[in-house]
Design a protein around this ligand. Structure first.
Ligand code: ZN
Length: 286
């Protein structure tokens, strides 16, 4: 599933292909891909010029010249690519015909993704968008500490919660927790301020490096040009269950945390497991 670095890479590779072009028409072999509907999407998007491509959390944002925006949820297998008039798009759910013969294609094998068109000012009122937590790159240590809270929620569950911080999924949660030396099942209340600061630094380092490597390609992810990322070559935790820890040689373990398969080193990562101190002091009210 594309996370922040993959969506950022898609935005960066898509922008030079589509910015400045007018949306001439909208077609959808699978109309359920489009929100509010095929006709509603076309009414909001057709005739508009694309002015920029960006991202908020894992949501791809295509800004239009009337202050409207197209938000793309990639979910599990969504792909946004461009193809010219002489290229056949690969089983698209929706296609935007652009000026200059360009096309923007949304393909999505498992069909969990979607494209939403919004008129001027409408996206801010979308509950999903309005409730997103802050971006982790640029987030300050004090706010990060505060957003994790002093409760008993497992740290990985908090990192995956898009209301706490936006853009982190299973891969970058595991990679960041490994680098910070914190077990994914550690309760937030048991993580010291120093460890919290170290976790934020690890998150920011991992995300920045992954963006520099054009994301991680495990199965489906490709950028807007159809190219794979390379950060999977730097994984220290994700997908390494049963293999030796790259830091200490201990066998990496896999446990289910926050409903997700989570890989960690039982020697290098602390604070969780059956012996986890579930914080004797009552949780702070917030
Ligand atoms: Zn280790």
């Amino acid at each position: 599933m594309p996370e922040l670095p993959e969506v950022e890479t898609i935005a960066r590779t898509l922008a030079p292909e589509v910015v400045g072009r007018e949306i001439l028409g909208v077609s959808a072999p699978d109309p359920s891909a489009l929100q509010p509907s095929l006709a509603g999407f076309a009414a909001l998007a057709a005739g508009r010029r694309i002015v920029s491509v960006g991202r908020r959390g894992k949501l791809l944002l295509i800004a239009l010249d009337n202050q409207g925006v197209i938000g793309v949820h990639l979910r599990m297998t969504g792909r946004v690519t461009t193809c010219g008039p002489d290229q056949e798009p690969d089983r698209p759910r929706a296609v935007l015909a652009l000026s200059g013969g360009q096309r923007l294609c949304f393909a999505d094998v498992r069909r969990f993704g979607s494209m939403h068109a919004f008129g001027p000012g409408e996206i801010e009122a979308w509950p999903f968008f309005a409730s997103l937590g802050p971006e982790p790159l640029g987030l300050g240590a004090a706010e990060f500490r505060a957003r994790l809270g002093q409760g008993r929620a497992r740290i990985k569950a908090l990192l995956l919660d898009q209301h706490v911080v936006a853009g982190i999924g299973n891969i970058y949660a595991d990679e960041s927790l490994f680098r910070a030396g914190i077990r994914p099942d550690a309760p937030a209340c048991g993580i010291s301020p120093r460890k919290r600061d170290g976790l934020l630094a690890a998150i920011q380092t991992v995300l920045a490096q992954a963006i520099a490597e054009n994301g991680s390609s495990i199965r489906d992810y490709r950028d807007a040009n159809g190219d794979a990322g390379a950060f999977q070559n730097h994984f220290k935790a994700y997908g390494r269950g049963g293999k030796p820890c790259l830091a200490c040689g201990e066998t990496m373990r896999v446990a289910r945390v926050a409903g997700r398969s989570s890989t960690f080193c039982p020697h290098c990562q602390r604070g969780g497991g059956e012996a986890a101190v579930l914080c004797s002091a009552p949780p702070h009210k917030s």
